[in-house]
Ligand binder design. Structure first.
Ligand SMILES: [Zn+2]
Length: 93
């Protein structure tokens, strides 16, 4: 039920719109997250995807550069966690 008269998306009276500081498009406030609220969801999503790609590339590079350390660390962590998870000897401190 819609009993509130809607101004059919008229952009002129700027009802609930604001401008994205990144793409400079004016969009309804629903196209923005609360935080950060200066850039629109599209820009926010694109930015976080970009950041994830950067992070993944950096981690992959680190692993490739330090393979020995990486493997050793993996084994150490696995042993430690497996012991805590399954082994759980007599003395659980
Ligand atoms: Zn934007």
């Amino acid at each position: 039920m819609r009993d509130q008269r809607s101004n059919v998306g008229a952009p002129s009276n700027g009802a609930q719109c604001k401008r994205c500081s990144r793409c400079r498009k004016t969009k309804p406030t629903t196209a923005f997250y609360r935080n950060p609220n200066s850039i629109c969801k599209d820009c926010q999503n694109r930015a976080s995807r970009f950041t994830n790609q950067i992070r993944r590339a950096a981690v992959a590079h680190l692993i490739a550069t330090h393979q020995g350390e990486y493997r050793a660390r993996m084994q150490a962590e696995r042993a430690k966690r497996a012991a805590a998870e399954f082994g759980g000897g007599s003395d659980a401190a």
